[in-house]
Design a protein around this ligand. Structure first.
Ligand SMILES: [Ca+2]
Length: 130
């Protein structure tokens, strides 16, 4: 097979471009997921909640907004079950990731937030990959 100079340059450009594309896709798809529930042990009302893993800079309030209504969880969250290994979740007492917090929540999660003095308290949430 015979390559022209143009073909070789095009191949080289393609190879060089791949890593940058992969990094960009990874960032865009950098979501973590967790089942969040209104009662202990996966009880009550649960949803599979996905959140961009950007830490406190992408704080999410348990209210109606951003295309999802999480008001049912505000001051009613009782158990949380992260899906991805390496994702570390934090719950906060108030909106805007403020007030008391309960961090270091990792898979398989917490069956009863009462054990950590955080039952029916959380009003916002964040997550990072570590
Ligand atoms: Ca609260």
């Amino acid at each position: 097979m015979k390559f022209t100079a143009t073909t070789l340059l095009a191949l080289a450009a393609t190879v060089l471009a791949l890593p940058a594309t992969e990094v960009q896709e990874k960032r865009q798809d950098d979501h973590a997921h967790a089942d969040i529930c209104t009662d202990a042990n996966h009880g009550g009302f649960c949803i599979n909640f996905g959140l961009r893993a950007l830490g406190i800079s992408h704080c999410w309030d348990f209210k109606n907004g951003g295309g999802i209504d999480l008001t049912a969880f505000n001051d009613h969250l009782s158990s949380i079950f992260p899906h991805e290994q390496g994702a570390v979740w934090t719950l906060y007492e108030n909106f805007g990731c403020s007030g008391r917090s309960l961090g270091g929540i990792v898979a398989p999660g917490i069956d009863n937030l009462q054990s950590f003095g955080f039952n029916d308290i959380a009003s916002s949430i964040s997550v990072v990959f570590q």
